[in-house]
Ligand binder design. Structure first.
Ligand code: EZ4
Ligand code: CO
Length: 403
């Protein structure tokens, strides 16, 4: 089974996605997600201009060899663009191998380790009443775990909160980055009030998650963690900028609130100090941004040594291809924790046909051979690329802030 063609499809059914399509000489089609939010065209060029030409004729079964060939062979290792490109090739090859075997991908990854994949949904509101309604809507869909984000009083907007009339939260939403104000003091004071309201309304059983989105200094984050302990959050995510691994050690020394990080990471090397220090509880990397199934499994095997669990990133900018890859891995992993589920809009499914399903708070990857996802290339042409950027944060005095 040799790789006969490698094409990149850029399409925007609701938001931008970059998909690698590998075809083999015996007619199989494998898909990989290479979407890097706000930098889509850079990965598309990396794949089209530098990777596709050297893949043609290679053995499609040689997944580890191809991963190492692209990772070590490029000389310039790691980085979000390189690792997303490698991830797309890796996932497409796993898709092909499983299809060639006539098995759903999770079977090739070791088979089922659990009956179903627990997921958390996203709730948000511009105030606590709106947030409470948003949580209730997710409970009606069967979620038992919910990420909760609310606008900071006196500031408005806020990470993870849709503007009125947006039709749902979408992090990339401007031809240029939208500039949003942020005030750490007001924010840190508002979060305990949010947890207080939600615990009083929904009781102790509901798992509540909160994403700080890298915005605090280590000592601000430590104080936030301490102030939330009585509400028993499931986790606090990305409390401080993720590239400073020592920051999480400081936070950890001050609070027993579980910590999650890693959605911006792309390699096992980003986690070395965090694992050695036992600073985190959940790995947030996506299949798409951390070198594919091969790259992410390397991270998660290392995580397992310290009882750290998976929480694979599943925002809308991870395409249905990237989400399907995550679900197959989730089912097969031993140290699975939870899966993020930020639902794609209906338009997305005009391009992607998926075999996975969600019901009562749990996913199934489905039993179709391979990933179980197909891409309609004709439909994709109807949704050309549209520039869309993530927001930039500014403190109230105008200083660009961690985001
Ligand atoms: O901001 O995926 O946990 N999820 C998140 C996401 C990220 C976007 C960035 O592309 O923090 O919403
Ligand atoms: Co996040």
């Amino acid at each position: 089974m040799k790789i006969a063609s490698a094409d990149v499809v850029i399409s925007s059914p609701g938001r931008n996605f970059v998909t690698l399509v590998l075809k083999t000489d015996d007619g199989l089609v494998g898909l990989g997600d290479a979407t890097v939010n706000g930098r889509e065209l850079a990965v598309a060029s990396y794949l089209r201009d530098h990777v596709a030409p050297i893949l043609i004729g290679r053995d499609a079964h040689a997944i580890e060899d191809t991963w190492q060939y692209l990772y070590r062979g490029a000389y310039w290792r790691r980085g979000p663009i390189t690792m997303a490109a490698i991830a797309a090739v890796d996932v497409a090859l796993w898709d092909l191998k499983a299809q060639a075997a006539g098995l759903p991908l999770y079977q090739i990854l070791g088979g089922r380790s659990r009956n179903a994949i627990r997921a958390y949904g996203h709730a948000y509101g511009t105030d606590l009443d709106e947030l409470t309604d948003s949580v209730r809507a997710l409970l009606e869909q069967g979620f038992g775990a919910v990420r909760v984000q609310v606008s900071t009083p006196g500031i408005g907007g806020g990470y993870g909160v849709a503007e009125a009339g947006d039709g749902g939260y979408e992090p990339a939403r401007g031809q240029r980055p939208v500039e949003e104000p942020f005030d750490p003091g007001r924010y840190v004071r508002s979060v305990p009030a949010m947890f207080d309201k939600l615990r009083n309304t929904f009781g102790p059983e509901l798992d509540l998650l909160h994403d700080v989105h890298h915005r605090l200094t280590p000592i601000q984050a430590a104080r936030l963690g301490k102030s939330l302990e009585g509400y028993a959050p499931y986790w606090l995510e990305d409390v401080s900028p993720a590239e400073n691994q020592a920051a999480l050690r400081l936070v950890r020394q001050h609070t027993t609130v579980p910590l999650a990080t890693g959605e911006t990471f792309n390699s096992v090397f980003d986690y070395l100090q965090l694992f050695a220090d036992q600073s985190i509880d959940y790995v947030r990397s996506s299949v798409t941004h951390a070198g594919g199934i091969t790259g992410l499994r390397r991270i998660l095997d290392m995580a397992a040594v310290g009882q750290v669990k998976s929480a694979i990133h599943g925002p809308t900018d991870v395409s249905p291809v990237g989400l399907a890859a995550a679900l197959h891995l989730d089912l097969a992993l031993h140290n699975f924790g939870i899966q993020e589920f930020m639902q794609h809009v209906d338009l997305t499914f005009e391009v992607f046909d998926v075999g996975y399903s969600f019901a009562n708070g749990y996913f199934q990857p489905g039993e179709r051979p391979g990933l179980g996802v197909s891409l309609d290339a004709r439909a994709a042409e109807r949704f050309p690329y549209r520039a869309a950027y993530l927001p930039v944060g500014r403190l109230l005095d105008g200083t660009v802030h961690d985001w």
